[in-house]
Write a protein that binds this ligand. Structure first.
Ligand code: ATR
Length: 278
């Protein structure tokens, strides 16, 4: 009898070339001496359903999901976690004999990162101001509500998208603001979270003044290329607590790794260094 092949996991998306997940999971597999592999899998939308049927037969225990499949996978799942249903998207799939279970760990990663990087952080402290209304904003808004934020304010360039996001959470306290109201709203915000692509390498910086922010307003960016975005540099210049976007990426990966390979991995400086070496 041939010995069983090492278990597999991976990340599906289209295109997939820039994903840091293989480096991240590869670091954990080596660190814990686990004989398994984590690979990038370019899967076109038209191949999604067939691919998800084939992967468990090829030895995959599960996959992470990235653009453009995060919403579509929910329609194909055998079961969906409560948080994935609430967000309306999944990023972590585990294959089961019945099909696959779909979960969303983006918001979990966001909150875990804040617990580690800003100890004492509490969503309940005051309203949160979230910039952007895409998938990341939706996951973060859901998490902030779960964590007890009294209100989540969404400012987005396209106001209708901010309104749609709020409608998704009705009757929870999520409100839409015009993009031009951002600086005024900052005055009352206990935290500011940038979920737009502004500040990313190759994109314009996020052009907002932090002058109106209170001295303890927590400033978070989910952009991690570069690690120190112009927004975070401005926050540090004003001595505001600031948290970069890499930690969210690292923490969101941990539940999948544990589900597929049976070990809860550590998010620490060694992992950060391994991923930043990319
Ligand atoms: P994700 O799923 O990662 O959140 P997304 O759905 O593409 O990504 O959302 C990107 C966000 O960045 C959106 O809120 C987008 O604003 P629009 O809804 O108006 O498109 C925001 N964004 C991108 N470029 C921007 C720019 N130049 N100025 C302001 N906001 C911008």
């Amino acid at each position: 009898m041939t010995p069983p092949a090492p278990p597999l996991a991976g990340v599906i998306g289209w295109p997939i070339g820039h994903s840091l997940s293989p480096r991240l999971h590869g670091h954990w597999l080596r660190r814990y001496g686990i004989d398994a592999h984590y690979v990038p899998l370019g899967l076109e939308p038209a191949e999604l359903e067939a691919g998800l049927l084939a992967l468990p037969r090829l030895g995959f225990r599960g996959v992470n999901v990235t653009i453009p499949h995060k919403e579509t996978v929910l329609t194909l799942a055998a079961s969906v976690s409560e948080r994935a249903a609430r967000i309306g998207a999944a990023n972590t799939l585990s294959f089961t004999p019945q099909g696959f279970h779909a979960d969303n760990t983006d918001g979990y990663g966001f909150a875990e990162n804040l617990r580690q990087a800003a100890p004492g952080w509490q969503a309940a402290r005051g309203p949160a101001l979230v910039l952007g209304a895409g998938g990341a904003a939706r996951a973060i808004a859901a998490t902030l509500l779960t964590e007890g934020a009294p209100e989540v304010r969404i400012a987005n360039r396209t106001f209708e998208r901010a309104q749609a996001l709020c409608a998704h959470f009705t009757p929870a306290p999520v409100v839409a603001l015009a993009w031009t109201e951002t600086e005024e709203a900052l005055h009352e915000a206990a935290m500011l979270v940038n979920t737009t692509s502004l500040g990313m390498t190759g994109q314009p910086p996020l052009d907002i003044s932090l002058e109106t922010a209170a001295s303890d307003t927590l400033v978070c960016d989910i952009v991690y290329r570069p690690l120190e975005t112009p927004l975070l540099a401005a926050a540090r210049a004003r001595a505001l607590p600031a948290v970069d976007g890499l930690g969210m990426l690292l923490h969101q990966a941990a539940p999948g790794f544990e589900a597929w390979f049976g070990r809860r991995p550590q998010v620490d400086d060694a992992l950060r260094a391994a991923v930043l070496g990319a």
